[in-house]
Design a protein around this ligand. Sequence first.
Ligand SMILES: C[S@@+](CC[C@H](N)C(=O)[O-])C[C@H]1O[C@@H](n2cnc3c(N)ncnc32)[C@H](O)[C@@H]1O
Length: 437
Amino acid sequence: MNGHCATTNTASGASRATHLAKIIGESTAKIEVYRQEQGLPPLSLGPDAPLDVKYPPHIEQHRRSLIDASLELGDLATGPVELRLVPGWAVMTMFAVTQFIFDFDIPHHVPLGTEADRDGGSISYESLAAAVGVGPSVLRQVLRAGMPYHMFHEPRPGHVAHTATTKVMARQPLIKDWTGLSNDVLLPGAGGLTEALQKAPAADDPAQTGFMFARGGGEAGMYMYLEKHPEQARRFAGVMGAFQQDEAYAPRHLIGSWPEDLQQGGKRLVDLGGSTGTVAFALAEAFPGLEIVVQDLPGALKAARTREGKKVAFMPHDFFEEQPVKGADVYLFRWVLHNWPDAHVRRILQALIPSLKPGAKVIIFDEIMPPAGSMSLSVERNQRNIDFGMLILFNSKIREVEEWKQVISQADSRFKVADVRYPADSRLSLIEIVWLP
Ligand SMILES: C[S@@+](CC[C@H](N)C(=O)[O-])C[C@H]1O[C@@H](n2cnc3c(N)ncnc32)[C@H](O)[C@@H]1O
């Protein structure tokens, strides 16, 4: 049974709910003491809350336990009927309200004042409505729908003020891209899943995904679609960039697990599907001896507005075509292959073969799915969200380690997996492959 579904008593005889409540109490106390010691205010989403507090690892562990235990306890208290009926509403409301807030540029029309600053920190619905060009009554209706989700609040009747989360929306434009992508791509894609699986039950063709049936307009796959839709491509590249800002996806994890024999001078690296080159530049800085070529589709390179660097060059290349850079020491796929079904991964790896010298390495730095039910509730939800997103957009999946090994050896038995490394705190892991003809 999945670890999160335990509904009976724990080993000590306490009910699951009591056990979770105890974790919540203990973790909250640890976090509060730490915040007090650091001179930080208590946990809050109010307008004056610090926006991005980073905790040391032992407190971060308590924070994760608190999130997991409160998610599960909330679900237990909600009960089976409400659990199945309510979340759909919440998702619909949150996405639609967030989109509205961005499209009418509300975060920049509400003063970014402080709680103490009573008038400077709020605006009346009438003034806000006039400023953004929508009726005051419907404005109030939509914003109030977002308030239970911590988006804006009413410090006094008829006035709107920021919360911490809407301040984040004002400051980080990438959340706007993420919201647009969710509304225009993910939600329609999810809606198309059943039709896709009825028409193409094997789910192995990137041209027949939920998204392709809902919005794809007959393109051969998501990336081909993006090539024809530059605005969506820009947003997509932006959101990928936002993921990179999360510590768990930071380039340092790849640098920290980079094979020693590829660190010395004179090594040539090809970064396939390398996008903006963020990772290539980080590698070039860490290992100044590397000569790097970043390859991606022409549209993606244009959307990424690439900049050449001393040791980093950019080259348009479709990785289904034969690799033009012959005899490099290492070919890197960082966070690329999880976007493709098995047959396509095999073709991508096979397209390297004519250019590989004996002993050349192929590095896959990508998500490896832990066994089902082995993660904490919040991590499992997040991983399954990503995996599900892969299905509706690409007909691909986040592979477990044995699935990775299988698809690599199916591509060609001369690809030998030499090592699999799981850097601490990284969402991506390293699969080191050696070409042994
Ligand atoms: C999830 S992104 C990863 C980007 C980058 N490697 C990173 O780690 O941030 C996948 C990349 O694969 C690129 N890509 C998709 N299809 C491709 C193809 N046929 N040939 C080359 N690149 C492709 C996309 O344009 C995108 O930049």
